[in-house]
Design a protein around this ligand. Sequence first.
Ligand code: NAD
Ligand code: UDP
Length: 338
Amino acid sequence: MKVLVTGGAGYIGTHTLLELLGCGHDVLVVDNYSNSSPIALQRVRKLAGRDFESLQIDIRDTEQLTEAMLEFQPQAVIHFAGLKAVGESVEQPLRYYSNNVDGSISLLLAMDKAAGHNFIFSSSATVYGAPQYLPYDEKHPVKAVNPYGSSKLMVEEILGDWCKSAPGTAAISLRYFNPVGAHTSGEIGEDPQGIPNNLMPCIAQTAVGRLPQLKVFGSDYDKRDGTGERDYIHVMDLARAHVAALDYLEQCNSFDAINIGTGKGLTVLELVKTFEQSSQQVIPLELVERRAGDLVSVYADASKASRLLNWSAELDVDAMCRDTWRWQSQNPQGYSGE
Ligand code: NAD
Ligand code: UDP
């Protein structure tokens, strides 16, 4: 298949590109590099042993996007491009709505002009809000609790309407739980700009000495060790889910949302312990106050993905930690160290 990948230079995009190329798909990457580096794409080309085109375009530029689509004629679009920091979205909501919502509309307008009708969207478990029950299945009510989550929900609604408007149009929203890990080569991985927000990059940067210690947000939750619980999913498993969704698009002619997680929850301290074992490093940590807005427990019912996509997670928490450590120890300063 010919697949246009927006945000392909980013963390999940690069890993998915490798899977797509490995399965013989042709790709065109569109990225404005606002949170990534072209070096990441060079590494993907080297690892895949295949070349592909990449264009520096902001997805809000409908004209340039349309031109690229008319030229490449993609059979499907995978849409990763977007901003993803929850705290930042509270401080700069308009920037988030512009990038994530206007950007997605611009992409769909370009697809309409190029007669594209197959779409995969990067959504998030955050669309569920606080759990009314666990694990979250796709029937769980949705409720955004911050502008980032609202932007994801708005795009899902838009995709639903877009699919209804034209027969033969299909869109799958993959609701990711907590992506972590890296490709086993250690050549590509997560490279957050500035101080990371998420747990795994904080652990990894503490392990290489970029951060002095890990702050554990809350140790008095009603959980087995008092710390917050999440459903961590290896980024290579997540990448495979996109390839599976591409296949499923052929049979799907409407909008559908599918959870992508392992179905298992892991606490902060459990993840830290496994990372210490895998890396043979000690992670100095401090137990601090709960982080505002944090949920105690988040984990998926991933049975719909298994049923419809014939996909389930294969890599365990040891692999998540080992692969993160290989990437971080080989690239202590991320791509900027090159
Ligand atoms: P990332 O920031 O590493 O990648 C996003 C890419 O999109 C970057 O390369 C960035 O330069 C590009 N981009 C951003 N705005 C753009 C624009 N207007 N035009 C063109 N390119 C643009 O993030 P990621 O972790 O790879 O996440 C990919 C997608 O998955 C995002 O939409 C994110 O919201 C979603 N998601 C991520 C997580 C996570 O924990 N990483 C969880 C759930 C959902
Ligand atoms: N967390 C932490 N210290 C950090 C970052 C995160 O203790 O420096 C905790 C956080 O409170 C939550 C879990 O790790 O319980 C996962 O947080 P992350 O931000 O990675 O994911 P999210 O909360 O968005 O699911």
